[in-house]
Design a protein around this ligand. Structure first.
Ligand code: 4AZ
Length: 250
């Protein structure tokens, strides 16, 4: 996250941290039910990363390079489901599901540092300018060498599709499965390493997962907002994929 502020995991307890056993920190994610994490498909592009045995998922983590046994929970990946229509050149349908399993065969246990986030009701459309928040361990600036050591969060505002599809912004690169969000002064944005993580918006006192960090032209650049996967387009896909798994594997 560029701009924004450091935050304890308890303020964003659905944030998951995905690690690759050889390559280190990989991506963010969001816990949507005790056994399922939503993330970005593009986190798994190269052949080795798609081998789920190399991926670990952590919940309850505030610091990337520190173990906090009292607050964190770790998991292996039982199943990786990349959206069947994910397009790695356009980033259309940039969404994936991870079924997680702890060492004792269970799923996430609810605590102050770990809980699920709600999926937005079908067809909910929030107006342009609506304030939402993003969180992750991504880079703190375009030129940064390292990911952020500690979890950060930032406030961004939703942009209209019309504005984001202008030539000065992203033109036709924005599909109906994407939306844009940025800060009015371009100071706050998601950055490399925040991919897969949440954009949440508070509606009627509850936090909902509206976006998955997907892509952007650099970070915190004028007229180049962050681009997010439109989670409301995937309610049915998520329900089918997670429920079928429960029935056939349960
Ligand atoms: C990335 O490289 C990335 N400013 C993620 C988000 C944004 C840009 C790049 C949005 O993973």
């Amino acid at each position: 996250i560029v701009g924004g502020s450091f935050t304890p995991i308890e303020s964003h307890p659905w944030v998951a941290a995905l690690f690759h056993k050889r390559q280190g920190f990989l991506c963010g994610g969001s816990l949507i039910s005790p056994c399922w994490v939503v993330t970005a498909a593009h986190c798994f592009v190269d052949g080795e990363v798609t081998k789920t045995k190399y991926i670990s998922v952590y919940l309850g983590k505030t610091a990337i390079n520190e173990t906090d046994a009292d607050r964190e929970q770790s998991f292996t990946v039982e199943k990786l489901i990349i959206h069947q229509k994910y397009n790695s050149s356009t980033f259309d349908n940039d969404i994936a599901l991870l079924k997680i399993r702890s060492r004792d065969g269970g799923c996430a246990v609810k605590s102050a540092s770990s809980r699920t986030v709600c999926l937005p009701p079908l067809r909910t459309q929030l107006p342009a300018g609506f304030p939402c928040s993003i969180a992750g361990f991504g880079k703190e600036g375009n030129g940064a060498w390292h990911y952020s050591q500690y979890l950060k969060q930032g406030e961004v505002r939703l942009l209209s599709q019309t504005q984001c599809k202008t030539e000065a912004y992203y033109g036709d690169r924005i599909t109906k499965n994407m939306f844009c969000a940025g800060s009015p002064d371009w100071s706050t944005d998601a950055c490399k390493g925040d991919s897969g993580g949440p954009l949440v918006c508070e509606v009627s006192g509850r936090m909902f997962l509206f976006g998955v960090v997907s892509w952007g032209d650099g970070c915190a650049k004028k007229d180049k907002p962050g681009v997010y996967t439109q989670v409301t387009n995937y309610n049915k896909w998520i329900a089918v994929k997670t429920e079928l798994q429960e029935y056939t594997e349960g």
